[in-house]
Write a protein that binds this ligand. Structure first.
Ligand SMILES: [Cu+2]
Length: 178
């Protein structure tokens, strides 16, 4: 109880500089102890739950998915939006019966890096889009052609696997075009 109290108070005064901060923390700990645990526990609870009101099950749907036609069956990219009308989830794996390898990538200023999971925020969306987070698809079973619909199996930490048929589009395609 005392330990928790100290942490709470240290945080609240941490902007006042380290010397004053140390003295304040000591005084604060005494005050907190004198106040008793009830108020402090309530404060911790509020901070720790992180919006428990949103913690219901995720409600996911996938929209705007497409694969720009890969050059001569080479490495391809995949873009889509995961919408979420519920609690938070994470995209943890993507596979496809049409390809040997699907990985999740995040673009940085100069390069891109593979990531092992992508957050799907509560009541929000995970967007995989040009210039940002995307899927890299390699090892096609058969070179994709315009008009093909390729299955992607998206596995989420809480919601299980969602399979989508993703159309192969022209290289210049942008969602919202027909
Ligand atoms: Cu990439």
């Amino acid at each position: 109880m005392t330990e928790r109290s100290e942490v709470t108070i240290e945080r609240s005064v941490s902007t006042t500089g380290s010397r004053r901060f140390r003295r304040s923390a000591l005084v604060g700990a005494v005050v907190a102890t004198a106040l008793g645990g009830g108020a402090i526990l309530a404060a911790c609870g509020t901070g720790g739950q992180g919006g428990a009101g949103d913690a219901g099950p995720a409600k996911l749907s996938v929209a705007d998915s497409y694969i720009p036609l890969p050059p001569a069956g080479g490495m391809g990219a995949g873009y889509l939006t995961v919408r979420n009308d519920g609690g938070p989830d994470q995209l943890v794996k993507v596979t496809s019966p049409a390809a040997d390898s699907v990985t999740m990538h995040r673009s940085t200023a100069s390069t891109m890096e593979q990531v092992s999971s992508l957050d799907v925020p509560a009541h929000g969306a995970l967007q995989l889009a040009r210039g940002g987070t995307h899927l890299m698809i390699m090892g096609w079973q058969k070179a994709p052609a315009l008009g093909d619909e390729l299955e992607l199996d998206l596995t989420f930490a809480k919601s299980g696997t969602i399979s989508v048929k993703v159309p192969v589009k022209e290289l210049t395609y942008r969602p919202g075009q027909s």
